[in-house]
Ligand binder design. Structure first.
Ligand code: ADE
Length: 250
């Protein structure tokens, strides 16, 4: 997968050199290219923003540098490709970025992220590229950050770990909170490792039983309790038929 990011803070994206994403890059599973938007400005001050039409607080990112940047990035990858990238626009006014969105994006060969600062990017940019590319305007949560760079880090990590070969163990995202299956709408329950007793606290007995059916049922029960406590809104989404089928399997 190729990922391009255009930003006025390229150094903000440095965490993409570390850990899971960094390793995926080093192994050639992920081609990440970070570009400085100011490269595509032509005035002495490398201006990327201006005052909003209609008045109001804050500044708006100018369309011209974004237009030149996006044209250049798109042209750099278009040889031999039938389709351009999916344009991912992080914004608190977007649709929610969920695990389902991550799965959809992980199936794409090329993503182009446009994290904005200030009050956002002149609307005409999304209109213009919306005619040529698929555009996803995505919010990582109901809070407002100072810019879209942190959301890009979040989304790239969520997508990268789903790419084939990136996680060591192919099974390791099977039981994730929000992964598809009977537990799809339940949060993950608690996990334990050695030593068997730590500061007088021991491991739930069932986990030492070696009884796979009882362990699976216990895990589901824990997941259910945790979901009721922290995310009661998810309980209504559980599919009783899938849970019944799971019961029979256990
Ligand atoms: N930019 C600022 N806040 C954001 C959010 N919550 N999600 C995505 N992009 C943002």
């Amino acid at each position: 997968m190729r990922i391009d990011v255009v930003t006025i803070f390229p150094e903000y994206l440095e965490p993409l050199n570390v850990s899971l994403v960094g390793k995926a890059r080093a192994r050639g599973l992920l081609d990440v290219r970070v570009h400085d938007l100011r490269q595509w400005t032509h005035d002495r001050h490398n201006t990327v923003d201006d005052t909003p039409y209609g008045g109001g607080p804050g500044m708006v990112m100018k369309p011209e540098p974004w237009g030149e940047a996006l044209d250049s990035v798109i042209a750099s990858g278009s040889d031999g490709r039938e389709e351009g990238p999916v344009l991912v626009v992080p914004t608190p006014s977007g649709s929610p970025f969920t695990q389902e969105t991550a799965v959809e994006l992980a199936a794409e060969p090329w993503l182009l992220f446009t994290p904005a600062r200030y009050e956002g990017i002149d609307r005409r940019v999304v209109e213009e590229y919306g005619e040529r590319l698929r555009v996803r305007e995505l919010s990582i949560g109901d809070y407002v950050l100072a810019g879209g760079e942190a959301p890009v880090l979040v989304m790239v990590e969520a997508v990268a770990r789903l790419l084939p070969g990136v996680l060591g163990n192919a099974e390791s995202h099977r039981d994730d909170s929000f992964a598809p299956g009977a537990m799809a709408d339940l949060l993950e329950g608690p996990v334990y490792t050695k030593p068997p007793v730590w500061r007088g606290r021991d491991i739930p007995e069932v986990l030492l039983s070696g009884h796979h059916g009882r362990i699976a049922r216990w895990r589901r029960d824990q997941a259910f309790r945790r979901t009721v406590r922290y995310r009661p809104d998810l309980i209504g989404r559980c599919d009783p038929a899938a849970l019944d089928a799971d019961d029979r399997r256990l």
